[in-house]
Design a protein around this ligand. Structure first.
Ligand SMILES: Nc1ncnc2c1ncn2[C@@H]1O[C@H](COP(=O)(O)OP(=O)(O)OP(=O)(O)O)[C@@H](O)[C@H]1O
Ligand SMILES: [Mg+2]
Length: 284
């Protein structure tokens, strides 16, 4: 069975897309799921957190996967390791990653200037199909840039699910309707099977009454049994930041902190159910 592919998408910056890709990926892997993260953001924050650097590497990169649709570079004798697998690097927190490097900037420009009909937005879907022929995964998380650009479109076209992380201030939440319009257009024109994993409130500060009100509003607007559920929130916690600085997932760095024991656990329970993931081993 092929992986459930999840685009982590929000046009707004700093709403924890990258952090969610890392920490949710770790939490899903802890349940015994085979997780792959794919970074589609030229900022390459995930690669930087993982200590993979940001300069141009010799091995296959996501940028080349997107700009070399024929995968000519990947034709190798049967007894050799496929170069495609080289696009996947190991991370210190144990979840394999297809990281972004500087070449994604040029790749984005190249894709943007491709004439219509050249499949500029379908490239990632094809690349993931090829990767999945080489190695099996249960979940593929795609970290999008803070823009509705050709890279995010690639993620949304490749995805089965879209997860929308959002901060809990009025200005951050006001962007959700624009995202829904973008997703509706993708569903209509290029990916009719795309569904919502849900809206995820991040960096929640209970002590700020305004955020509590915003969260209640979202709960009403996006009921749990509706097509766009409001998911269990992730609180603001310095250990989340600290974990990234230490090249770790928060689940690894602070396993007994409530953000891990309560928030991520509830979120994973909900997503396992919604995405119908086959959990092998439930952590204690
Ligand atoms: N639950 C949390 N508690 C505290 N800090 C957090 C939490 N989640 C994320 N952060 C911090 O918020 C900042 C922004 O997070 P992140 O880089 O994941 O956002 P992003 O949406 O990927 O940003 P961009 O749009 O620039 O890619 C980071 O410094 C991160 O460590
Ligand atoms: Mg990011």
């Amino acid at each position: 069975m092929s992986a459930q592919r999840v685009a982590i998408f929000n046009q707004k910056g700093g709403v924890a897309k990258t952090t969610t890709t890392k920490d949710l990926g770790f939490a899903l892997a802890e349940r015994g799921l085979r997780v792959l993260a794919v970074e589609l953001d030229p900022q390459a924050n995930l690669a930087i957190i993982a200590g993979l650097g940001n300069s141009q590497p010799a091995h296959l990169t996501v940028a080349r996967l997107l700009t070399d649709p024929e995968f000519e570079a990947m034709d190798v004798p049967d007894d050799e390791r496929a170069p495609l697998l080289d696009a996947i690097r190991e991370t210190p927190w144990g979840v394999p990653l297809v990281p972004a490097y500087e070449d994604l900037v040029t790749a984005k420009t190249a894709l943007t200037s491709l004439p219509q009909g050249m499949g500029a937005e379908q490239r990632l879907r094809d690349a993931l199909d090829a990767i999945e022929q080489e190695r099996a995964f249960d979940v593929i998380l795609m970290d999008c840039p803070p823009a509705a650009d050709v890279l995010s479109m690639n993620a949304l076209v490749a995805a089965d699910w879209v997860l929308i992380p959002t901060g809990l201030t009025t200005t951050e939440v006001s962007g959700i309707s624009a995202m829904i319009r973008t997703v509706t257009a993708i569903q209509k024109h290029s990916n009719p099977g795309l569904k919502y994993a849900g809206v995820l409130g991040t960096r929640f500060k209970k002590a700020e009454g305004h955020q509590v009100d915003v969260a209640h509003g979202l709960e009403k607007q996006f009921p749990p049994d509706g097509p766009i559920p409001f998911l269990p929130m992730i609180r603001n916690a310095t250990c989340v930041n600290d974990a990234s600085a230490a090249r770790q997932a928060v689940g690894d760095a602070s396993p007994s902190h409530p953000v891990v024991k309560k928030d991520y656990r509830k979120l994973v329970d909900r997503l396992v159910e919604r995405l119908d993931l086959k959990v092998v081993e439930v952590s204690a």
